[in-house]
Design a binder for this molecule. Structure first.
Ligand code: MN3
Length: 202
């Protein structure tokens, strides 16, 4: 069974004005679709075919550029759409809130740390909030389509919140103002989804 581009589950304009409809449409229907198609092409006929994307990334040969870039792209965007789903967003609470408070001291300190990771990731990449076994959380960033599931990535645990800081994610609306886009991202985070990923992976 080949990987399929997941449905967003909401309209392209549902995140306006924080993330504009045109960016969402191109990002999902062109960029994510491209990673999906190329991932399927890269694994076709190999022993990776039929494995879950998590298994593929966890045991990845990092010299396999086609699977690294397109498998990462497939997984990262699949996570990203869910953590900005505008339905039933909830608020930061419960065990996830406690873990964030324990790691960073305050929500504002967490936001600063995450925003700084996103702003200072040179060129294209992602900022992440990850959960480690036992429930601790940490922030890190990765270049290109790498992510914390991949071997040897200096960013541990399981990602539960991710922010795409490739220019294709924000340039139409924000041009070079990446910090404004990062700030807007905090308006659209679906904390219920992040909390459910935290509970499933702690
Ligand atoms: Mn992207």
């Amino acid at each position: 069974m080949a990987f399929e581009l997941p449905n967003l589950g909401y309209a392209y304009d549902a995140l306006e004005p924080n993330i504009d409809a045109k960016t969402m449409e191109i990002h999902h229907s062109k960029h994510h679709n491209g990673y999906t198609t190329k991932l399927n092409g890269a694994i076709a006929g190999t022993d990776l075919e039929g494995k879950s994307i998590e298994d593929i990334l966890n045991t990845l040969d990092m010299s396999n550029g086609a699977v690294r870039n397109n498998g990462g792209g497939f997984y990262n965007h699949s996570l990203f759409w869910t953590v900005i789903n505008p339905s039933n967003k909830g608020e930061l609470s419960g065990d996830l809130k406690n873990a964030i408070m324990e790691a960073f001291g305050s929500f504002d300190a967490f936001k600063d740390t995450f925003s700084n990771a996103a702003a200072t990731q040179f060129g294209s990449g992602w900022a992440w909030l990850c959960v480690l076994p036992g429930g601790k959380v940490e922030v890190c960033s990765t270049p290109n389509q790498d992510n914390p599931l991949m071997p040897g990535v200096t960013c541990g645990g399981t990602p539960i919140l991710g922010l795409d800081v490739w220019e294709h994610a924000y340039y139409l609306n924000y041009q070079n103002r990446r910090p404004d886009y990062i700030n807007a991202f905090f308006n659209v985070i679906n904390w219920n989804e992040v909390a459910s990923r935290y509970e499933a992976n702690k």
